[in-house]
Write a protein that binds this ligand. Structure first.
Ligand code: ZN
Length: 65
């Protein structure tokens, strides 16, 4: 499970907790959020979030680009 940070206001979406106020159940992956989901704090869309790497396995391979 990962966390995603709103780059605008700093709101943190935690996949383990979901977004109860917006009917997002716990365990919902960020990719699984409905496209109309927006930041509960400032209202920006998912495209303005970035993944927060915390205790995931560090992947040295640059297969992201
Ligand atoms: Zn925000």
């Amino acid at each position: 499970m990962a966390k995603y940070i709103c780059t605008v206001c700093g709101y943190e979406y935690d996949e383990t907790e979901g977004d109860q106020e917006n009917d997002i159940i716990e365990g919902t992956l960020f990719e699984e959020l409905p496209s109309e989901w927006t930041c509960p704090m400032c209202g920006v869309g998912k495209e303005d979030f970035e993944k927060d790497f915390y205790d995931e396995d560090e992947d040295e391979d640059e297969d992201d680009e």
